[in-house]
Design a protein around this ligand. Structure first.
Ligand code: GLN
Length: 486
């Protein structure tokens, strides 16, 4: 049996429900793991130690509750998701001392499921970035190689899960922020369909793109967490009313990939993909074929326009969403001011980081009169084309299967001065957000340098259960990558 902190959710839940393990024991193991590893990893921004231990003792005193699917399970939550009474900073100086007066919908659901929140996970400031280096507090380190980035923006969540600090985490994905760090850290991450999970209480970045989703160490664990957080919520106007399927019921129903049609978008396998990633992706595709899958070549011809389209839309929405941080209502307030205008300017200048300011300025530019038609409207039109291409490709197959990141985790600091190079890293993830579709990222192997490589399954809107089913089967046929030696 693996170490306690690397157990699967089903193993852990069985042990907790049968009282073979107490919640306090499990929580203590994770807290000790956190204390040993955090000086090296930097995955967390706030530790919830005292409350977590108190909750654990209360659960132990009350006894196991089978109606609570995550009863006693230690989890972490990306620090952009509101947690009542527990600091939520977005990794920004602007919100460094912000303690939310209410829970996000997903936090409510996580608490109701019996899970225990151990802490808040590090991220790129306001979820803007692909490495967690844009955190205003400290970067997070990849547990497979501490000199490398863990990906981002939900890098802290991926690190905490991959290193056994917790059993699952909630991330958010605006252009890849769940799938890419999951891939770079060797765990599983799901970006659900836009509207499947409520964003009530999730601090907004790009409102037409943002989605909350689970990160864990296996497809089954991800399915268990999705079951808890999916569902309608009247407080988010984009929350969908479709009933939530039973994700676990069918999870293991594919005895093989026999007859499963996997669409391979040719634009995702061309120039820019590193040889290591390309080799492992091709090996995974071969394993799928040997298991009976039919590989269907498909094309998403406007993939080349996705980065520009995404960054115009995301920055435009960010510039509008972040207008609320004015130094007046909440958050950081500059002391160096003589009038109201200066209060706004100085509070934002001092409270927001460089990347966030860059995006606010570019976003305001593409929305400004005279440029709106040339940039924002154009991007909205191209977005529609990209979405239609996905829908057409998905009509020819059961799911698309493609890489997540063109490279394995790269050294911390190597792209620090080149924001454009960083935006290009998102080439394979962000078009999915433009299309609003679900994507499941899972590990397919380790590179020659021992770094994880992930691939993503992309499906039709609101059929997460299909992706989970195929993903579960893939896990059976692909070699396990094990855990980082940390
Ligand atoms: N890297 C992308 C960006 O910086 C995606 C981030 C995200 O999904 N939150 O916008």
């Amino acid at each position: 049996m693996s170490e306690l902190y690397y157990q699967s959710l089903s193993e852990l839940t069985l042990a907790l429900q049968s009282k073979a393990l107490s919640v306090t024991e499990v929580v203590t193991v994770c807290l000790n793991r956190i204390k040993t590893l955090e000086p090296k990893l930097g995955a967390l921004l706030t530790l919830n130690e005292e409350a977590a231990l108190q909750e654990a003792q209360a659960l132990d005193a009350a006894g196991p509750d089978k109606s609570k699917p995550l009863w006693g399970v230690p989890v972490t939550i990306k620090d952009i998701i509101l947690t009542k009474g527990l600091k939520t900073t977005c990794a920004s100086k602007m919100l460094a001392n912000f303690v939310p007066p209410y829970d996000a919908f997903v936090t409510e659901k996580i608490r109701q499921s019996g899970a225990i929140i151990l802490g808040k996970a590090n991220l790129d400031e306001f979820a803007m970035g692909s490495t967690t280096e844009n955190s205003s507090f400290h970067p997070a380190h990849n547990p497979w190689n501490l000199n490398c980035v863990p990906g981002g923006s939900s890098g802290g969540s991926a690190v905490a899960v991959a290193s056994g600090e917790c059993f699952a985490s909630l991330g958010t994905d605006t252009g890849g922020s769940i799938r890419q760090p999951a891939a770079l850290c060797g765990c599983v991450g799901l970006k659900p369909t836009y509207g499947r999970v409520s964003r009530y209480g999730v601090i907004a970045y790009g409102s037409s793109l943002d989605q909350v989703g689970p990160m864990a160490r296996s497809v089954e664990d991800v399915a268990r967490v999705l079951q808890v957080i999916a569902g309608h919520d009247g407080r988010d106007a984009t929350s969908d009313t479709r009933p939530v399927p039973d994700y676990l019921a069918q999870l293991k129903s594919l005895p093989s990939l026999d007859g499963v049609r996997l669409g391979i978008p040719k634009e995702f396998f061309g120039e820019g993909l590193s040889p290591d990633v390309s080799n492992l992706c091709h090996q995974a595709l071969k394993a799928c074929e040997e298991d009976g899958a039919i590989l269907v070549p498909v094309s998403l011809p406007h993939t080349h326009a996705a980065i520009a389209t995404y960054y115009i839309i995301a920055m435009a929405e960010a510039s509008s969403n972040l207008a609320r941080y004015d130094g007046v209502r909440y958050g950081y307030r500059s002391q160096e001011t003589s009038d109201l205008q200066e209060l706004y300017v100085n509070s934002r200048t001092e409270g927001l980081g460089q990347e966030v300011k860059r995006r606010i300025m570019l976003g305001a530019f593409v929305l400004s009169s005279g440029y709106y038609d040339a940039y924002f409207r154009r991007a909205a039109q191209v977005r529609r084309i990209i979405r239609d291409e996905y829908v057409a490709a998905l009509n020819e197959c059961d799911a698309l299967f493609c890489p997540v990141s063109p490279l394995t985790a790269w050294p911390i600091g190597s792209h620090a001065d080149d924001p454009l190079a960083m935006y290009l890293m998102d080439a394979y993830t962000l078009s999915l957000n433009l299309a609003g579709l679900p994507g499941l990222s899972l590990p397919v192997g380790l590179s020659s340098e021992g770094l994880p490589v992930g691939m993503q399954l992309i499906g039709q809107a609101f059929v997460e259960e299909e992706l989970l089913k195929i993903g579960y089967r893939l896990e059976q046929i692909l070699p396990s990558i094990g855990h980082p030696q940390i």
